[in-house]
Design a protein around this ligand. Structure first.
Ligand SMILES: Cc1cc2nc3c(=O)[nH]c(=O)nc-3n(C[C@H](O)[C@H](O)[C@H](O)COP(=O)(O)OP(=O)(O)OC[C@H]3O[C@@H](n4cnc5c(N)ncnc54)[C@H](O)[C@@H]3O)c2cc1C
Length: 351
């Protein structure tokens, strides 16, 4: 089989890159392990703001403006609902936070996303909010798990190979060859597993483990995502996503009793209602030392590319990042220097 591009890895980054290729009519095949990844566990919240400090994410407007129509288009393509517009209600902890919220909501970078009008803490009596709620508007939840499985089933059923890549079987030359596949280029979208990729192991992917709970809570509203010390997000049928922990030391996907206890203690700080725990899971986010994505071409191999390091905001960022990478590969456009792996090239030549 001969194709233009071989994509390795199919989390949200691989999916977005595949869809760029589809849109531009490029032939491709995806080789990906079918295990659950960070993309399956993510709440899928597309939120351009940082709700700890009330500021905006790097290039928030660009990412959001690209992501929303991109996911709408995907929703249409797979004929299944994946976008759930849901405001985020940040529980404000004191008068100082209320004032800080008002100031942030009046700033040029955030006025589009933060409602200046505070929402009374009494609006949802099932939640402890003695002060007001700050409302994030334009936020949505993307059902990433459904998107990934439906995309394979409906869009690329014959272009998806459920297999883990064996790096030793990869032959680099003018064409990339792998077990009968010949491709003009290869794009690695491996998330945290990319750490093991011998072509890119010079990059500072650090990884941060996140544990989450899924709970059932019959009386809780499904109209908003709450943000107290952690997120509490509706997932349908009265189930809710509770998370997440953030741990840079443990790089396993095993769940821990400490993680669960921590999540429960944070949840009980603001949820008054009884609930039942349905699931407890963990995955690793592909975070990078300088908190910027990793895009670009291998320092020596001309047809070997990377889309990784999407960190804690992969759902928000991957659509535009995949566009940047596509334009870079196919049309020689420049990558933003903050995202280009050239910034770490010295590490490669030092090794
Ligand atoms: C608990 C938690 C909550 C999160 N919540 C959000 C959120 O609400 N909003 C948001 O924007 N982001 C969120 N994130 C972050 C988001 O999940 C990640 O940024 C994103 O999913 C990473 O996508 P990815 O495709 O780069 O990697 P992954 O999802 O890790 O996918 C990589 C895929 O490649 C496969 N693979 C790797 N190596 C190989 C190989 N050699 N051969 C074949 N296949 C391979 C893996 O098996 C995997 O399927 C969350 C993350 C976690 C852990």
């Amino acid at each position: 089989m001969k194709v233009d591009t071989l994509i390795v890895g199919f989390g949200i980054a691989g999916l977005n890159y595949a869809d760029q290729l589809r849109r531009y009519d490029k032939s491709f095949v995806v080789l990906a392990s079918k295990e659950e990844s960070a993309s399956h566990l993510a709440a899928g919240i597309v939120n351009p703001t940082v709700l700890k400090r009330f500021n905006s994410v790097w290039r928030a407007g660009d990412f959001l403006d690209y992501a929303l129509p991109f996911y709408s288009d995907l929703e249409e393509r797979i004929q299944s609902k994946i976008i759930h517009p849901l405001p985020i209600y940040r529980i404000l902890n004191d008068i100082q936070e209320q004032n800080d919220w008002r100031v942030a909501a009046s700033s040029t970078s955030l006025e589009k996303y933060l409602n200046k009008q505070l929402i009374s803490g009494d609006k949802f009596p099932e939640v402890i909010a003695p002060f007001a709620f700050g409302e994030v508007i334009q936020s949505v939840r993307v059902d990433t798990k459904r998107l990934l499985s439906h995309y394979i089933e409906k869009v690329i059923p014959h272009q998806f190979i459920p297999e883990k890549l064996d790096y030793r079987a990869l032959i680099h030359g003018e064409l990339i060859e792998y077990k009968g596949i010949k491709a003009r280029k290869i794009v690695f979208c491996e998330g945290y597993h990319g750490l093991k990729n011998p072509n890119f192991n010079f990059l500072p992917l650090i990884g941060s483990k996140g544990e989450i709970l899924t709970i059932k809570c019959e009386q809780l509203t499904e109209q908003v995502i709450f943000k107290g010390p952690i997120f509490l997000s509706p997932m349908g049928n009265k189930t809710f996503w509770v998370g997440a922990t953030f741990n840079r030391n443990d790089k396993t996907t095993r769940v821990s009793e400490e993680g669960k206890a921590w999540l429960l203690s944070k949840l009980k700080q603001f949820l008054k209602l009884p609930f039942e725990i349905l699931e407890h899971k963990a995955q690793i986010r592909a975070t990078v030392v300088d908190r910027r994505p990793l895009l670009g071409r291998h320092p020596k191999l001309d047809n070997v590319y990377l889309l990784n390091g999407v960190g804690t905001r992969g759902v928000l960022m991957s659509p535009l990042l995949s566009d940047w990478l596509f334009q870079y590969i196919e049309n020689n456009e420049k990558l933003p220097p903050e995202a280009d792996i050239k910034r770490f090239e010295k590490q490669y030549f030092r090794n």
